[in-house]
Design a binder for this molecule. Structure first.
Ligand code: G6P
Length: 411
């Protein structure tokens, strides 16, 4: 295949390309003078609701450990979703717990749907669904609604479609405003959903008095994030985009293209990340399956030793999200050494000033420094691009991968 032909199906590349713009708009709309301003978050619920008179923010804040009753009881927050939205739900769990000290449980919508509902009055169910129509998510919501305490549970939809079943049936709706995507597999909508969770977590942290000195640096990094994302795209994908018009590609001009070429014949991939970056490892593996049709597993890095390590040899590329600023950096580095000792090749994502992984890894993808809560959003871009490029190299229908649909409406 000629490179130009492989590139011609570049539709969904524009989705990834739009991410900084979408996030910039979201931040501008919801962060005013450093304060989170989400429409309706402070507005009391209507009278018909079991929690009438209270605002979504008050009900959410009541789940914080800082509001725990003397009996040690605190309300529960459950976040559910399917596919990529489930990965966003896991990131939400890490963000909300860390920033607002609210215990959060994330679950697959398809599993939650068939479990006995245990949510009680004052608990919160957050349903994440880009389309707002995924049957498992809708039916999970209805199951809770129809349970004995259902009317006292606050339900929140996080969607990219205001005109959707979930948006209509939940008490409160957060619109991630990512616009229509070309690709079936979500990219910019995932990033926008993650950004919405960062903003919601910050609002909750403020409300619960749980954020101190780090607030200022977080807000500053938040405002820098769209530019940092643009920098990653310019470095990793712009050569690809600009050359497409001329229908000629300089292989090697684009570092990720090079990595894609070297690894596209792999039958399997492992993606590793810890903490906030664990869901990104899961999503990186998902994109690899969806776009490149390559089997991939996402794992928390430390779990590699409990099984996946047996698979590692020279044919198993291992992608590791390894920010130097992370408390677990040295531990992840030793995971990379374990891969190396087994002749596996690692592709690391780390801060661009961190050069010490270069001697350990086959490839290092450098991204700008950011706050640890935001690194998952930044690290996601190269992983989406890598899967996309490998899909293109294989001649796959990356915009509409086989067997996948935008919204699954079967049970
Ligand atoms: C389908 C799509 C996935 C998506 C999932 C959940 O399987 O192919 O890309 O993550 O549905 O969709 P939702 O609209 O609920 O986020």
């Amino acid at each position: 295949l000629q490179i130009a032909d492989r590139i011609s199906a570049q539709g969904m590349l524009s989705d990834i390309w739009e991410t900084p713009r979408v996030l910039r708009q979201l931040i501008q709309a919801h962060l005013k003078d450093g304060k989170v301003d989400i429409p309706g978050l402070r507005k009391p619920l209507p009278e018909a609701h079991g929690l009438a008179g209270k605002s979504p923010l008050e009900i959410l804040a009541a789940c914080s450990q800082s509001r725990m009753s003397e009996k040690g009881f605190c309300h529960r927050l459950t976040v559910i979703g399917s596919g990529t939205s489930w990965h966003a739900a896991i990131l939400a769990e890490y963000l909300i717990e860390t920033m607002a000290r609210i215990p959060v449980e994330s679950q697959y919508a398809s599993e939650f749907r068939y479990r006995e509902p245990t949510l009680r009055t004052g608990d919160v169910l957050v349903v994440v669904s880009m389309s707002g129509e995924t049957t498992d998510a809708v039916e999970a919501l209805r199951r809770v609604r129809n349970s004995p305490s259902g009317t006292g549970v606050l339900t929140i939809a996080i969607v990219n479609q205001l005109d959707s079943t979930l948006a209509r049936e939940c008490d409160f709706v957060l619109d991630v405003c990512a616009g229509q995507g070309v690709g079936v597999a979500s990219t910019k909508t995932f990033s926008a959903t993650n950004m919405m969770f960062v903003l919601l977590s910050l609002a909750l942290a403020d409300e619960c008095g749980q954020i101190g000195a780090e607030r200022e640096s977080l807000v500053q990094r938040l405002q820098e994030l769209p530019d940092s994302m643009q920098e990653v795209l310019d470095k990793e994908a712009k050569p690809l985009v600009t050359e497409v018009g001329d229908r000629s590609i300089e292989i090697g001009e684009c570092p990720l293209w090079d990595i894609g070429c070297q690894n596209v014949l792999a039958r399997n991939f492992i993606f590793l990340g810890r903490g906030f970056n664990f869901p990104i490892a899961l999503e990186g593996a998902m994109k690899c399956k969806e776009l490149a049709y390559i089997h991939a597993e996402g794992y928390p890095a430390a779990e590699m030793k409990h099984g996946p390590i047996a698979l590692i040899d020279e044919f198993m590329p291992v992608v590791v999200i390894c920010p130097k600023a992370d408390a677990t950096y040295e531990k992840i580095k030793s995971n990379i050494e374990e891969v190396r000792a087994r002749n596996g090749a690692t592709i690391a994502i780390t801060e661009k000033h961190n050069h010490e992984l270069e001697k350990l890894c086959e490839y290092v993808i450098g991204v700008p420094e950011t706050h640890e809560y935001l690194m998952p959003l930044l690290a996601m871009l190269p992983l989406q691009l890598l899967a996309y490029m490998m899909g293109i190299l294989k001649g796959n229908a990356v915009d509409a991968p086989r067997g996948l649909v935008k919204s699954v409406s079967v049970s």
